[in-house]
Design a protein around this ligand. Structure first.
Ligand SMILES: NC(=O)c1ccc[n+]([C@@H]2O[C@H](COP(=O)([O-])OP(=O)(O)OC[C@H]3O[C@@H](n4cnc5c(N)ncnc54)[C@H](O)[C@@H]3O)[C@@H](O)[C@H]2O)c1
Length: 441
């Protein structure tokens, strides 16, 4: 048994501030309000519906995670955010056509009260969007200071004790790290000098970390995945997390691939294609934003299959990912996967997956759990990269020099053991020999 960590209790209200009041965030906000009113279930959320095994298998201790770990309650959450369109959450949710109108109408007044603040926006980073509800400032540092002011005003006006920031804004165009991202000093100089390599999402993240607010990156943008932000997060002892919510096709990939790898079935090719017609799909229709997403979606198989360790089985996988913007489907994405696998004596087989999913319905519980766990992490004294939350990310950040873990089951084991560790419970190794040989093992 380890010693329970000294975790500050979740006293008072928790603010969740969201850059990007779009399909995912309004589905999250509306879902939380519906759950609070008892008119909908938060299905898919580990923090709300999950249980965790404690102790030995024959002890039958299996509490709800939210009763085991000191998480903020749904009743204590206040939402706010930024967007360049200026519409309130009700208008956006109706336009996004994810949740039924009857549900939205039953919580209309609440949704209408969530009015986005003016965004930090730069069209060169999201070419398929335009907006007028945007901040102006002489420098990027000036814009960051305006976001810090917004955070402080939100804290005061809503009376929240703690805040987390959750990026649910669009995917920015592909970019690579430059000199300006290598240290906090270079980054701050870049902010003052309007360095074109600093994107809006980085400005929000900088403002969050300066305000001791954890930052969670729902998109594949680089944002906090750079030495400068890591330095700031560690300096101010703030948790960060990213990148890119793991929801539809990639979730399936990280469920199926570990199974094939466990049975040592070879893979020759994995072709993934999607059609989706929401605003996210429109943004991803721009090759610059698609490249950012593609890189994030591609990364998962390399680590799971370990082509270096198993060159005969996975040394030459042809992996292709396509996203096609197709407006008639709206948020109801359809994904197809064709997997060419190889068995005993080199005999070939195929697996076909056709996932008719709903993008934002899958993303909302992920976003909720991330916000609640990041708040818990901060109260437990954790800071910097939160590898134990890899479960939720398509391309999880890991400490430089460590390969990220993509296998969903390893990720879940890590998450659960981290909760047990925080709460001073025995870690579970699944050895289980003690059931058979008692104290001899
Ligand atoms: N839905 C999923 O399953 C899923 C999975 C992984 C990642 N994501 C990512 O989550 C993000 C949100 O997805 P969505 O479906 O809600 O998209 P969406 O297009 O409906 O919403 C994004 C919102 O962000 C706003 N925005 C863009 N730049 C902004 C800025 N600089 N400041 C403030 N607001 C800004 C847009 O105006 C839009 O309203 C996207 O980046 C998407 O790629 C979604």
């Amino acid at each position: 048994m380890t010693k329970k960590l000294d975790i500050k209790p979740p006293k008072g209200k928790l603010g969740i501030l969201i850059p990007g009041i779009g399909a995912v965030s309004t589905t999250l906000i509306a879902g939380v309000e519906a759950a609070r009113k008892g008119i909908g279930l938060p299905i898919g959320s580990l923090t709300q519906m999950g249980r965790i095994r404690l102790g030995k298998r024959n002890e039958n201790r299996f509490p709800l995670i939210r009763e085991f770990a000191p998480l903020a309650r749904l009743e204590d959450i206040e939402f706010g955010g930024w967007d360049l369109h200026g519409m309130n959450a009700y208008e956006v949710a109706c336009k996004s056509r994810v949740l039924d109108r009857s549900l939205l109408d039953s919580i209309r007044t609440y949704l209408e009260s969530i009015q986005p603040m003016k965004a930090v926006f730069d069209k060169s980073f999201v070419r398929n969007l335009d907006g007028t509800h945007v901040k102006t400032g002489s420098t990027k540092m000036d814009l960051a200071e305006q976001v810090m002011e917004d955070i402080e005003n939100f804290r005061k006006s809503k009376g929240v004790e703690r805040v987390v920031m959750l990026w649910s804004g669009s995917t920015e165009v592909y970019s690579e790290l430059g000199e300006v991202h290598q240290s906090l000093e270079a980054f701050e100089k870049g902010l003052r000098e309007n360095d074109p390599r600093i994107s809006p999402s980085m400005i929000y993240a900088y403002a969050a970390l300066r305000s001791s607010v954890p930052y969670l990156n729902g998109a594949p943008n680089l944002t906090v995945d750079m030495p400068a932000m890591l330095e700031l997060a560690e300096k101010n002892r703030v948790p960060i997390g990213g990148k890119d919510f793991k929801t539809g096709q990639t979730l399936m990939k990280t469920i199926i691939a570990p199974g094939l790898r466990a049975r040592l079935l070879g893979v020759e090719g994995w072709f993934s294609t999607n059609i989706l017609g929401n605003l996210d799909g429109k943004v991803l229709d721009d090759p610059g934003s698609f490249k950012t997403k593609e890189k994030s979606k591609m990364s998962v198989l390399d680590q799971i299959f370990d082509s270096e360790g198993f060159p005969q089985l996975y040394g030459d996988i042809y992996h292709k990912v396509r996203i096609n913007y197709y407006p008639p489907r709206g948020d109801e994405k359809e994904a197809w996967d064709n997997i060419d696998i190889v068995g005993w004596m080199g005999y070939k087989m195929q697996i076909k997956v056709n996932f008719l999913c709903r993008d934002s319905i899958l993303a909302a519980p992920v976003a909720l759990d991330l916000a609640l766990f990041a708040d818990l992490a901060q109260r437990a004294g954790f800071y910097g990269i939160q590898e134990w939350l890899s479960f939720y990310w398509k391309s999880p950040q890991a400490k430089p020099g460590l390969k990220p873990v993509h296998d969903l089951f390893q990720q879940l084991a890590k998450l659960e053991n981290t909760l047990r560790y925080m709460m001073g419970e025995e870690l579970i190794t699944n050895l289980g020999l003690d059931y058979y040989y008692g104290d001899d093992v």
